[in-house]
Design a protein around this ligand. Structure first.
Ligand SMILES: *Cc1c(COP(=O)(O)O)cnc(C)c1O
Length: 460
């Protein structure tokens, strides 16, 4: 076992291929591939034409690909080199603070220029759009993490980027918006007058505060009505996005080898599921193919308990019922996100791949309360110096819980978690926590039951 604290790879260790889990899925791939994606109006499987109107063709191709390894284009690897490979650290000071026999390792994705794992897919999607000759992207963003990643990537490839930002965030969280604008993106408060859907909502209520669902609907409409000039981009949930994020876990595998250990448990927080898939799928691959028995744990908020409380069924991908219908764990597309401070984890659904693996018992899921995750984040910060994003704090707290359990049981355990981003743009949330302004919140079962009344009727 290594005496080192930080495990750093060189550029030549940057993965040359992405890992695509499609051929290793233990269930019928039809459940997770496009042919289980239904049109929101006809409720029939979507056509390739529908998808390529929306996304770059190469991206659509990856979704149905059965190739286990997909070559990372050299243009994408060149940009990855601006911050990849990312470091993996052993949290020795945290271990001491917890007085645990467990060894805690974390992969740190906060070193990317925008502070999270999201550029891993943004850069790939931008390259595909450029290759196709499109002018650029439309997309949505909540607090601005995805919007800033895509704005950066679009800028690198000389593409336009039009971001629909949820109106409340646009007003309350100006810093991410300024980052996007500095990369050259246009940022529009959603709902807006740019789209038919936005104009309709504003006619009904000029003070509509917007939601991620509405912003998705506007971005999709703007792309579809542009006759191919613009493509739409989504930063999580879809198979190719999970594939692009696999660079995280592939690097971590090499780094754990440098550390001379192998994880007993791999942990990631889940919103749409991309950073979790990124760290977990390469380890899951070895569970499937080499008989490894690593526990794989997804961590979600009790305020948005998609995997642990949601129903596994067909639902719309967005709130307005304009996005395709997929089979996933869902709290219902009418889910009203409570005002919790991990904005990136407030999605009513989950990546279909992750739902299917969870349903099959290949991965575990836990839900944690935000008061506990903020407490864990500050403990981590005091020990390791990094302020985690509120989303990542879910993984941090789960790792701490695992380490404390190891202490109770008096046994060694190797824990690896993904620190998906830093929290330097989330200080208002930390201020609210410090001032005692946050409360415990468990999304009520009766609200989930009510939302299940509004699921789309699907006959397959
Ligand atoms: C967006 C985001 C998440 C949640 O998205 P996933 O697709 O589930 O990874 C988690 N952590 C950070 C730092 C994010 O920006």
């Amino acid at each position: 076992m290594s005496e080192q604290t930080k495990f750093v790879l060189t550029e030549k260790d940057l993965p040359e291929k992405w890992y695509n889990i499609n051929p290793d899925m233990p269930v019928n791939p039809a459940e997770t591939a496009w042919n289980a994606v239904l049109h929101p109006v006809t409720k029939q499987p979507v056509t390739p034409e529908f998808l390529t109107a929306l996304f770059p063709a190469r991206f659509v191709g990856e979704a149905v690909s059965m190739d286990r390894w997909i070559e990372i284009p050299e243009e994408v690897r060149e940009i990855y080199k601006l911050w990849r490979p990312t470091p993996l650290l052993r949290a020795r000071r945290l271990e001491k603070m917890l007085d645990t026999p467990a060894h805690i390792y974390y992969k740190y994705e906060g070193v990317s220029p925008v502070g999270s794992h999201k550029p891993n897919t943004a850069v790939a999607q931008a390259f595909y759009a450029k290759e196709e000759g499109t002018l650029g992207f439309t997309t949505e963003t909540g607090a601005g993490q995805w919007g800033s990643a895509l704005s950066m990537a679009a800028n690198f490839f000389g593409l336009e980027c039009h971001v629909y930002m949820v109106k409340v965030s646009y007003g309350l969280k100006p810093y991410r918006r300024i980052i996007m604008e500095n990369y050259g993106a246009t940022v529009t408060a959603s709902p807006s007058m740019n789209t038919e859907f936005g104009r309709k909502l504003l006619a009904e209520d000029p003070d509509n505060p917007g939601s991620l669902g509405i912003a998705i609907s506007e971005a999709v409409e703007a792309a579809v009505s542009s006759n191919g000039k613009y493509k739409y981009s989504l930063g999580s949930v879809l198979g190719p996005v999970l594939t692009h994020q696999s660079v995280i876990g592939q690097e971590a595998l090499k780094q754990m080898e440098m550390a001379g250990e192998y994880p007993d448990v791999v942990i990631g927080c889940v919103g749409g599921g991309s950073n979790f898939a990124g760290i977990a799928f390469p380890f899951l691959h070895l569970n499937f193919t080499e008989g490894k028995k690593t526990r794989i744990m997804a961590v979600e908020p009790t305020a948005c308990p998609t995997l642990t409380k949601g129903q596994y069924t067909f639902d719309y991908g967005d709130t307005a019922g304009m996005a395709p219908i997929v089979k996933m764990h869902t709290l219902g597309h009418t889910f009203m996100p409570p005002d919790i401070h991990a904005g990136g984890l407030r999605y009513h659904g989950m990546a279909p791949h992750i739902c299917s693996l969870y349903d099959n018992g290949d991965i575990e899921a836990v839900a944690l309360d935000q008061l506990d995750t903020f407490e864990g984040a500050l403990q981590f910060m005091k020990a390791e110096g990094i302020l985690p994003a509120p989303e990542s704090s879910h993984a941090v707290r789960a790792a701490i819980n695992e380490a404390l359990q190891a202490k109770e049981e008096g046994r060694e355990k190797v824990i690896l978690f993904n620190l998906s981003g830093h929290g330097l743009f989330d200080l208002a949330s930390y201020a609210a926590y410090n001032q005692g302004g946050l409360r415990r919140y468990r999304y009520p079962d009766d609200k989930i039951a009510e939302a299940m009344q509004h699921l789309p009727q699907v006959n397959l």
